[in-house]
Ligand binder design. Structure first.
Ligand SMILES: Nc1ncnc2c1ncn2[C@@H]1O[C@H](COP(=O)(O)OP(=O)(O)OP(=O)(O)O)[C@@H](O)[C@H]1O
Length: 243
């Protein structure tokens, strides 16, 4: 992926090839500028690569997007302040013409899934940052996407909220069972969440390593204290130091 600016050309990604299995939870991990967001945007068909291609079960990224196979959660929750929580979640259902009764029962399910049933009539500004991101996750799941793309969704939160949200996301994912691609620059976050971590190195963005995370699921906070967790952290640190 090359970006042309006024005078210079930036090679954002070079020779990146990844293969993600259906139902897998993977992270794209790397320092600022290594091309994580760019790769996610290419996967989502928000931008087109200057060379190479994305295939989603044999179809192009554009076909996958048009078939509503993607749900996307961004770093900031991008909620509508004048819409209540339940109305924010129901927005994609309204836009695609889902009937009122069906919409309401689907929103109820989603509220339950993200633990916000008691907050459905609140406005986004009445919620904490973590709760707002849970609304954004529920909205991204409204159309039952096969693939959930998440771009540093918890990076603006404090450490405690972030760790709690990591655990909640795994609980949601264990029920939804879709494929998740999660962008982060936090090594512990990538390890805690993922089946595999794609480690990217910068200038130009390249795939430095693919790390398997063999920690059994369900994963609870305690695993962060385990020897295995520390070993995985130092293994990934060594990859960054070696590149
Ligand atoms: N639209 C654009 N035009 C020009 N250059 C761009 C554009 N988008 C990204 N880049 C460049 O491509 C490289 C990768 O950017 P990208 O945002 O994908 O990195 P990142 O790993 O997600 O970083 P961060 O963690 O800071 O979000 C950077 O050098 C960036 O400046």
């Amino acid at each position: 992926m090359r970006f042309q600016t006024d005078k210079t050309e930036v090679v954002a990604l070079e020779n990146v090839s990844v293969d993600i299995q259906k139902g897998e939870f993977v992270s794209l991990l790397g320092p600022s500028g290594c091309g994580k967001t760019t790769l996610l945007r290419i996967m989502a068909d928000l931008i087109q690569p200057t060379s190479g291609e994305i295939k989603v079960a044999g179809k192009s990224a554009k076909e996958a997007r048009l078939a509503q196979k993607y749900g996307i959660v961004f770093q900031s929750p991008v909620l509508y302040d004048w819409r209540k929580v339940k109305e924010n979640i129901s927005l994609p259902l309204e836009m695609t013409g889902v009937k009122k009764g069906e919409r309401e029962s689907r929103v109820d399910e989603l509220l339950q899934l993200v633990g916000l049933t008691n907050f459905q009539d609140k406005y986004p500004w009445q919620l904490s940052g973590g709760m707002q991101q849970r609304v954004a996750i529920a909205r991204a799941l409204a159309m039952e996407p096969e693939i959930l793309l998440m771009d540093e969704p918890f990076s603006a939160l404090d450490e405690f909220s972030r760790e709690r949200l990591n655990e909640e996301l795994l609980s949601i994912w264990s029920k939804v069972k879709n494929t998740v691609v999660f962008v982060t620059h936090s090594i512990p976050e990538a390890i805690f969440l993922s089946d595999r971590v794609f480690v990217l190195s910068p200038h130009p963005g390249r795939l430095a390593a693919v790390v398997d995370i063999p920690i059994p699921r369900p994963r609870k906070q305690e695993i962060r204290q385990s020897k295995e967790f520390y070993q995985l952290i130092s293994g990934i640190r060594n990859i960054f130091e070696g590149v």
